[in-house]
Ligand binder design. Sequence first.
Ligand code: ATP
Ligand code: MG
Length: 384
Amino acid sequence: MEKCILIRYGEIFLKSGNRSFFEGLLKKNIKTALAGIKFSINSSQTRYYVGEYAENDEEEIINRLKKVFGIHSLSVCYKLKTDLEALRAAVCKVFNKEGKFRVTVNRADKRVQKSSMDIAKYLGAALLDVSGGGLKVDLFDFDYEINVDIRENGSTYLFYDKIPGAGGLPVGSSGKGLLLLSGGIDSPVAGYMALKRGMKISALHFHSFPYTSVRAKEKVTELAELLKSYTGDITLYFVTFTEIQQAIHEKCPNEYMITIMRRIMMRIAQKLSVAQKFDAVITGENLGQVASQTVESLKSTDSATDMLILRPLICFDKKEIIDTAKKIGTYDTSILPFEDCCTVFLPKNPSIRPKLKDVEAAEKALDIDLLIEQAINGIEVVSL
Ligand code: ATP
Ligand code: MG
């Protein structure tokens, strides 16, 4: 029996008047996700069908499609020539579950004489016949819905499993963002959430070599690789932050160290964003989590540039972030014990409520433009 995978995409973006744009993007992203596998893709009535693949690629195809944002759900379908006898035999052969079920028939092909209801009853009765007592019909409280879609084109599609998709919007439909990617738990989750809402991302990591190890850089690369499976490709920028941290450490009051560091990170992110046309910077910041994430600290970070800063995790509890990190597969890598730059030179008593005018005054001791220029000149670009 010929099989194919039915892809349903969310209805939300279909209303926006940009339907063909979103559909085209989703199709392109599906093709990217399935690169290296032989398949065909067709569309019909706000759905895509992936077919003509080798049976032993099916699991891999489903696993990859589960990571494509914009897909609502998936079903493995059996495709038959429209014929009630063949349909009955097929349902009895492939549906081997126990429990409560219903059959739902959609008959677009009016050449088929029986009504939808009669076909459903006919198939339901046939299933009960072969089930040996393990099945029961329940139209309202069912474990399985067996769907039969009788198309006008002479084909009938049969499916009963609904596999949840990743949801969200197709990557590329919400502009381009630059993710500030540390080695921690939060920022990969923030990147995932921006991708989920359709933002294409690149990542920027600040390291403090030789104070941080090569392994710390590898860890960040690994995290970016994990995010890549949701988007197809990621560009990773590495910036050396050591000289900047040293300069702040020497010339600025200790309690403003983190605040000033974060403001310079933002300025570097902005420079890169102007050059590479990023629409926003994304961080894993979270209200109240640490000293650099109080309202005052966030305000002082914001005021360093006029970039749009997206903080998808701002109001999440740590547990919610950890649960998501586990779900998306980044948690185990994030908890590996390699320090990112922020833990080097860490002051004992960072200011929790930095006053902007004091911070600005403290920054005057630095040649910020030069420091930023040097950092940008030394940038290392890795395309994953
Ligand atoms: P994370 O778990 O993402 O490291 P965190 O809770 O440790 O976050 P901070 O260290 O204050 O919090 O960092 C806040 C955010 O700043 C991070 O989520 C990340 O977006 C960015 N950031 C911090 N350190 C770096 C770094 N070395 N390189 C790039 N971005 C960073
Ligand atoms: Mg961190």
